[in-house]
Ligand binder design. Structure first.
Ligand code: ADP
Length: 315
């Protein structure tokens, strides 16, 4: 029954109760999402559809009273019966991080059928749409994007011990001000907890685990290499017609920088350092920020919205 408040009792801690109601007013109806978890209820009015991912549908929502426009990621629960902790981990990790280049987490609540994750709205979609539209971008733009990605990832790795594990163009969102926000923590992993589970007594912890420079974070650096390659070349490094073939190529690190792509030597060198089989040889996010590609070339202070569709004129 659409208009009745769900009768289930709130679960303690993180998991809160919400209810949804199909509105009857207006041409298309109003769809309200009401967060009943706090001391007073918070109402969100559903706006335009933003997109969907593997697990979630995302809508623009306007918070009642404050009129704040946010994004709401709605995850249907019964799809997750086999992996009940997966989505909760997304929420736990995402709500514990805060950085200018990470999608801001506002709140989380749930009802019997759905989980609702209220996030900062990123109005200009993601780097995936930008890359699809633009093909190869200019090196100043790639530097501008890479610097923001690396500052966000450096924060996740060094300050929060979080490995994202799913960095890709589609998970790097773009705000109205053309700033990047790392999002979708659905596969993220907290290094500390991972280590506690994997490692028994501290007497035997390997130095790379203590230093937290283990394999974990370097997986993100490979992904950043693939992101940089795709931004500069216009297509992903291991793209083939089939998943199986792509995986074979990845395992052999079988990719090349096309002849005539006009990449600077600095860009080429950085890509080859990031996309290499030995994780320990890949630079960290902090090291990329000190790399010649970033420090020796022009980086614009901001990008015009024009960048979404065509190469902007740089002075
Ligand atoms: P999944 O975990 O299912 O992959 P995503 O987090 O990638 O879900 O979100 C699915 C889609 O919703 C994205 O591709 C994007 O179009 C849209 N989206 C997600 N988060 C936001 C946001 N903060 N602002 C704007 N759109 C978003």
């Amino acid at each position: 029954e659409n208009n009745s408040i769900l009768k289930s009792t709130p679960k303690p801690g993180l998991f809160r109760l919400a209810w949804t109601r199909e509105g009857i007013e207006g041409e298309n109806g109003i769809y309200e999402i009401v967060d009943l978890s706090g001391s007073c209820e918070v109402k969100y009015f559903r706006g335009r559809y933003l997109g969907k991912g593997g697990y979630a549908k995302c809508y623009e929502v306007t918070q009642d009273i404050s009129n704040k426009v946010l994004a709401c990621k709605i995850v249907r629960k019964n799809l997750h019966l086999r992996e009940p902790y997966q989505e909760n981990r997304e929420v736990m990790i995402h709500q514990s991080v805060k950085h200018p280049y990470v999608v801001d987490f506002h709140s989380y609540f749930e009802d019997d059928r759905f989980m609702y994750i209220i996030l900062e709205l990123c109005e200009k979609q993601s780097l995936l749409q930008l890359s699809n539209k633009r093909g190869a971008v200019t090196e100043p733009e790639a530097r501008y994007f890479l610097r923001q990605i690396c500052e966000g990832v450096m924060y996740l790795h060094e300050d929060e011990n979080v490995i994202h594990q799913d960095l890709k163009l589609g998970n790097i969102f773009i705000t109205s001000g053309m700033n990047l926000k790392i999002g979708d923590f659905g596969l993220a992993m907290e290094l500390d907890r991972f280590e506690c589970k994997q490692v028994g007594t501290p007497n035997y912890i390997a130095p790379e685990v203590v230093k937290r420079t283990g394999h974990g974070i370097k997986a993100d650096m490979w992904s950043i290499g693939c992101i940089l390659y795709t931004l500069l070349i216009g297509k992903p490094p291991f793209e083939t017609g089939s998943l199986k073939q792509t995986l074979t190529k990845i395992k052999a690190c079988d990719f090349e920088i096309p002849k005539g792509s006009n990449l600077s030597p600095e860009a080429t060198r950085l890509i080859l350092q990031l996309i290499q089989l030995d994780p320990s040889k890949r630079p960290t996010a902090r090291e990329i920020l000190m790399d010649d590609f970033i420090t020796q070339g022009f980086i614009p202070d901001s990008l015009p919205a024009l960048s979404l569709t065509e190469a902007p004129p740089f002075p």
